[in-house]
Design a protein. Sequence first.
Length: 460
Amino acid sequence: MNNVIEKLAEKIRGRVITAADPDYDNARRVYNAMHDRKPRAIVQCTDSADVMAVVAAARESGLELAIRGGGHSVPGFGTVDDGLVIDLSRMNNVQVDPIKKVAHVGGGATLGDVDHATYPFGLAAPGGIISTTGVGGLTLGGGLGYLTRSCGFTIDNLLSADVVLADGRQVTASDYQHEDLFWALRGGGGNFGVVTRFEFQLHDVGDVVGGPLFYEFDDAAAVLQGYRDYIANAPEPLGCFFGWQIAPELPFIPGDRVGDLFCVLVTCWNGSHDEIERVFRPLRDFAEVKAEMVDVMPFPALQSAFDGMVPEGMQHYWKADFVSELTDAAIEAHVRYGEMTPHISSSMHLHPINGAAQRVGADETAFGHRDKNFAPVVAGIWSDPADNKANIQWVKDYYDAIHPHSGSDGGYVNFMSSDDDYRAAANYGVNYERLSVVKASYDPDNIFHVNQNIAPANRV
Ligand SMILES: Cc1cc2nc3c(=O)[nH]c(=O)nc-3n(C[C@H](O)[C@H](O)[C@H](O)COP(=O)(O)OP(=O)(O)OC[C@H]3O[C@@H](n4cnc5c(N)ncnc54)[C@H](O)[C@@H]3O)c2cc1C
């Protein structure tokens, strides 16, 4: 089997890193420190040819294959024990065409790489809320964040993708070529191949008005109710998610409140500055705002504002659903478990997925839950592995309490944990069967299975 690795090293321009290499421990590390896996080799690819060589090696040797974009997957899908890892982090180049307002983005870029390249042109691609997240995994699962209500999911802005397939060929998928593959890539996760280049439609986004508003925990039910009612019809340039937040030591937090649990609304207004008062007034009326950091800022500053709260190397365990109606009973359950938020980095985020995201039909892309209004995620994040048992239990108990109120079995594929594999069909929702057929034609042997896996139709 070592022969496989040696032959691979001869073929590629990037680096093949094995256990014999002093950089091995560094190269095998992924974002969620719970996953301490030992691949046979990590291949840091530099171009499509490298990727094609690794896919061929995996196919011929039978070694398992993991694809790593930004490495953020909570279930650790960017690595695998005793297999091959395609590490795309060196393929993070971003090229902007400001006239056409499109960006060509390498398969291993992060959201921060995209922001860095697009902001000087007054443009942005809709992404998420943390700049270190990989474009690859985020996009293929859907991609929700600050600009979802105004510009749709990240996939709604995908124009084409270059994909290395299981048979080793690279093809371009778009509305005009490999249309079925293009459909499946937009929500079907990393099931169909290795995306070496994404082409995104960009939007006019320069300086936004955004940041967090902090409210007393005791006002959480009122804030959640007000938020639920307002966000249903709020102007679409407003991105705004609810969360729990133990107050960190920051200049705008009164010193005697550091460490207290608050609820927050994190905002991003990408509309006219003349409307700020009208748009933000209702948020301030839900309850008294106790602290805030809402200001005009470059979009990249907002998308990286919370990076420091979730550095690499922490323990992660998450659970998620989609929700049509946020009922008062659900709010009661949120408040009950929100009060037990165990760590400054842990939270429940309630993301709105209405507005522009709902103007795309459920069968137009593989993202099947277009009728849902919210994507809640209970994100257990903490630093000490000694706390794993208690904090995983908090996430499970919280999820068990809110799930009966969700009105849906499915959740966002990108917010799942490693014990959520059984939910794959529900997560892909109405599109699962069609995805399974497309999977059978592009990856009949399920080479790309280290993901929220879609079984090829011929294997069901
Ligand atoms: C701190 C944090 C914040 C987050 N915030 C958001 C958010 O705001 N919005 C949101 O939508 N999601 C968010 N997520 C979830 C995120 O979308 C997923 O974790 C996603 O999988 C990350 O992609 P990645 O490339 O970094 O991960 P990786 O671990 O590298 O990959 C994840 C999956 O995608 C596949 N993959 C990655 N790149 C490629 C590629 N180029 N070609 C083919 N397959 C590929 C991998 O095989 C794997 O199955 C967040 C996650 C974290 C940990």
